[in-house]
Design a protein around this ligand. Sequence first.
Ligand SMILES: NC(=O)c1ccc[n+]([C@@H]2O[C@H](COP(=O)([O-])OP(=O)(O)OC[C@H]3O[C@@H](n4cnc5c(N)ncnc54)[C@H](O)[C@@H]3O)[C@@H](O)[C@H]2O)c1
Length: 184
Amino acid sequence: MKILITGVAGFIGMHVAKRFLEKGHKVFGVDNLNDYYDVQLKKDRLENLNEKNYKFVFKKIDITEYEKLSVFVKDQVFDLVIHLAAQAGVRYSIVNPHAYIDSNVTGFLNVLEICKNNQIKHLIYASSSSVYGNNKKKDFVVDPNTMQIGQVTYIPGSGLFEKVTNAVTFEEAFRPYVFEETAS
Ligand SMILES: NC(=O)c1ccc[n+]([C@@H]2O[C@H](COP(=O)([O-])OP(=O)(O)OC[C@H]3O[C@@H](n4cnc5c(N)ncnc54)[C@H](O)[C@@H]3O)[C@@H](O)[C@H]2O)c1
């Protein structure tokens, strides 16, 4: 398979990319390598993905820049897009609220447009623990009242995708490795 992963230098992106590369798939990755946390750590992750004979292509691109993303993706036939580029964390939204709107709203919309314009039929995108809302129950249940961009854009019922997976379960999968601040 040929897969596009956004946020490939991130915590989840790198692990997901590595798993696909180990299985012999071709991974195209983008990331803007922002300094929300240690940039060297992100670069080290990319080094890790360039090891061995992995079929890995990386381009430093900010997903808010539609044209750059579009050029990178043009003429490629992707079986799957895994969208993980995002401004994560909660407290930082007080310091830099624009980062959240830019990456998580505008950037996500750009990724959707890329999928639409390149006839990509399978999209997996990261959700947020915020979907659990103010749920007091011990066994988390997604709060149906929580508005997510996926619910307010053209994903549902559009017929654009054969399959859309909103990966709300990252929280559980990665919990042992995550700081409180990044669990968002
Ligand atoms: N870590 C968790 O436990 C957890 C749980 C649930 C959901 N999520 C979600 O999964 C996604 C990935 O989480 P993570 O822990 O890997 O975060 P991360 O911050 O480690 O990775 C995100 C990556 O996206 C990149 N990025 C940010 N904005 C970008 C932009 N505009 N253009 C290009 N690249 C950009 C960053 O440089 C970073 O490398 C996020 O949406 C997060 O909210 C994470």
